[in-house]
Design a protein around this ligand. Structure first.
Ligand code: COA
Length: 585
């Protein structure tokens, strides 16, 4: 039997987004040679294919067509988040709005017509009530990886695209969805419809509407019916707040709106997606605040939630902190710290830190920091330092939780400080779909804090820790577990992982070796504290961070500005664009 071909795969993407990172890491781990070029201009793409001479150009996430000079000479496969035959730029948005029960991902060959080339592979998934971005990061990404692998297997064997029967093409061409097509009619739309409309536009572009008379876009919406029932007001009225979210009545209940983005004055900075109650602080201060306890009925939404499972004497506490986009502002860190202090008083043997459903955590909240810098008299440097101190306090609380065992269960990706927050637990578990970015350097050479100089070398050793943070590459959870960076990687998807993680945590709490394991943890912490106190790690990291925030080199502030405003890339980082560093073939 002949060996399958080793392919040269050039990834072409608008940005190094979650799907592109997942494919990049997955394909690099296979026998193929993978390089990446960001879709900056046609001439840059042309140059990349000349330098790399790919067997296939794979486009997981594009906002423009591939130039004809490239698709005519090279096989170009485009990942489209729609079923075969479905065409157009708002595929997933429309599928959510139409209430499709199943949707899919298609890999098709680029030709002169948009999304209309031969279909190479397709996969389908069951739809669930989630935001577009959440479906994209989970179901779409899993299907895209599977479909791309099918295509590469074909190519390895030298096969062409399979001819799909006409009836397999179930979709059609749909143009870009306009805001008017999903506008909310507050006098008519029920809660389910309002949620579906907002979710169809979340993370981008957001659903256009207005709040307190100001045009804005809505994001981060949740069912508020349980809270809205008792409150007076007409459909469309904003009647209360909880944490950063505003409660807006609907005809049959209400929705929480967590984030918004105000349309800018032409003279202003571009708009930022921010916590709704903070944007409209002048109007919301007089609204009733409706706090809820950490342990409560699931119908009552809040970012933080706590529950306990397992028998008395072997109880497990489970704390979720579902912060939008995994970003943790000073205020959110403060709330999480309070929650940790509260759950520490409970009689549990294991505390599971479950992060959010889509992201475990992405570290400090760069948007709120940017907004603080834009405020008259505000300082982004001060806001950055406050935020890093606040997240450090959270990590410290976990590191010093020596009266029980702690587990971080990563249902979604983690980046920068969010990864080290996970590593502050005694054990860190994830499922194979999770991608980790355990480095800060991409954010303008940020040094990083969150006690990473303590938790990382402790797991990997100094040399490997240095390599990992310098490499600035996304890492698959499976590889991280093999490396000793994570303690375990299991499950087929986030849901099956979490079920198994709950069982595992209960087994840990009830295990005969529990007392000994806890005693070992206490001894190790005491020894390490005597060798070098945690306060010393923190102070050293913060000394570097102060230089990042207040020093003469503005790289961090520039990188943050680019990141929060999603400015187009001007070049592809060299550590990703192998074809720009390897010798010509
Ligand atoms: N602060 C504010 N927003 C953040 C954020 C942060 N720390 N991290 C991610 N986000 C937002 C993104 O802006 C994006 O917003 P959108 O919904 O408006 O599109 C959303 O979260 C998803 O992020 P995205 O970059 O598309 O996700 P990804 O899975 O493709 O990439 C990361 C993940 C972690 C690589 C990337 O988000 C990142 O570099 N984040 C910054 C991490 C950081 O430097 N934190 C500060 C130091 S602790």
């Amino acid at each position: 039997m002949t060996e399958p071909r080793r392919l040269r795969v050039l990834l072409l993407a608008h940005s190094f987004n979650s799907l592109t990172q997942r494919l990049f890491a997955q394909l690099r781990g296979s026998r193929h040679k993978v390089s990446l070029e960001l879709d900056i201009s046609d001439s840059v793409t042309e140059e990349a294919v000349v330098l790399f001479r790919p067997d296939v150009v794979l486009a997981p996430f594009l906002k423009r067509r591939i130039t004809e000079s490239v698709w005519r000479q090279h096989l170009c496969l485009v990942v489209h988040p729609g079923v075969p035959g479905d065409r157009g730029p708002s595929s997933l948005d429309r599928a959510i709005l139409r209430g499709e029960l199943r949707w899919g991902v298609t890999v098709l060959q680029a030709t002169g017509e948009f999304d209309a080339g031969p279909v190479w592979a397709s996969e389908s998934f069951e739809m669930r009530a989630g935001t577009k971005a959440s479906l994209y990061r989970n179901e779409v990404t899993a299907c895209a990886v599977a479909a791309v692998q099918q295509c590469l297997r074909r190519l390895e064997r030298g096969e062409e695209a399979p001819a799909l029967p006409a009836e397999a093409h179930t979709g059609q061409f749909w143009p870009l969805l306009r805001q008017t097509e999903r506008a909310i009619d507050w006098s008519r739309d029920d809660t389910a419809t309002v949620l579906r409309k907002i979710r169809s536009a979340d993370g981008a572009p957001g659903l256009a509407g207005s709040l307190f008379g100001k045009p804005c876009h809505f994001f981060d919406a949740h069912d508020a019916t349980a809270a809205a029932r008792e409150l007076p007001g007409a459909a469309g009225d904003v009647v209360a707040r909880r944490a950063h979210a505003l409660l807006r009545k609907t005809v049959d209940g209400g929705v929480w709106i967590g984030h918004a983005c105000v349309a800018p004055d032409p003279s202003d900075e571009p708009p930022l997606k921010l916590p709704a109650a903070e944007i409209f602080a002048e109007f919301t201060a007089r609204l009733p605040d409706l706090p809820v306890p950490l342990s409560r009925d699931p119908s009552q939404w809040d970012e933080l939630r706590y529950r306990e499972i397992g028998p008395q004497g072997a109880r497990v506490g489970v704390l979720t902190f579902d912060f939008y986009n995994g970003a943790m502002s000073s205020r959110q860190c403060g709330r999480l710290l309070d929650a940790l202090r509260e759950v520490r008083t409970r009689d549990t043997r294991v505390l599971v830190l479950a992060g959010g459903a889509d992201f475990f955590s992405n570290g400090i909240h760069l948007n709120t920091i940017e907004a603080e810098g834009q405020r008259a008299g505000g300082s982004a440097a001060d806001a950055s330092l406050r935020n890093i101190e606040a997240i450090d306090d959270v990590v410290l609380e976990i590191l010093t939780m020596t009266e029980r065992l702690t587990v971080a269960a990563l249902r979604g990706n983690a980046g920068a400080g969010g990864v080290f927050l996970a590593l502050s637990a005694d054990e860190a578990w994830a499922h194979p779909g999770v991608v980790l970015n355990a480095h800060y350097k991409n954010m303008g050479n940020l040094y990083g804090s969150e006690y990473w100089t303590y938790v990382l070398p402790r797991r990997l050793g100094a040399q490997r820790a240095r390599e990992l943070t310098q490499a600035r590459l996304p890492q698959l959870a499976g590889d991280a577990a093999e490396d000793g960076f994570l303690d375990a990687c299991f499950g087929d998807d986030a849901a099956s992982f979490f079920d198994r993680a709950m069982q595992r945590a209960q087994a840990l709490a009830g295990s005969p070796g529990y007392e000994e394991q806890l005693a070992r943890k206490q001894r190790r912490r005491a020894i390490e504290e005597s060798e070098k106190p945690l306060a010393a790690y923190r102070e050293e990291e913060l000394a570097q961070m102060r230089r990042n925030f207040y020093g003469f080199d503005p790289s961090y502030h520039v990188a943050r500005y680019h990141f929060v405003h999603k400015l187009a890339h001007a070049w592809t980082p060299r550590h990703l664009a192998l074809h720009r560093t390897e010798p010509p073939r």
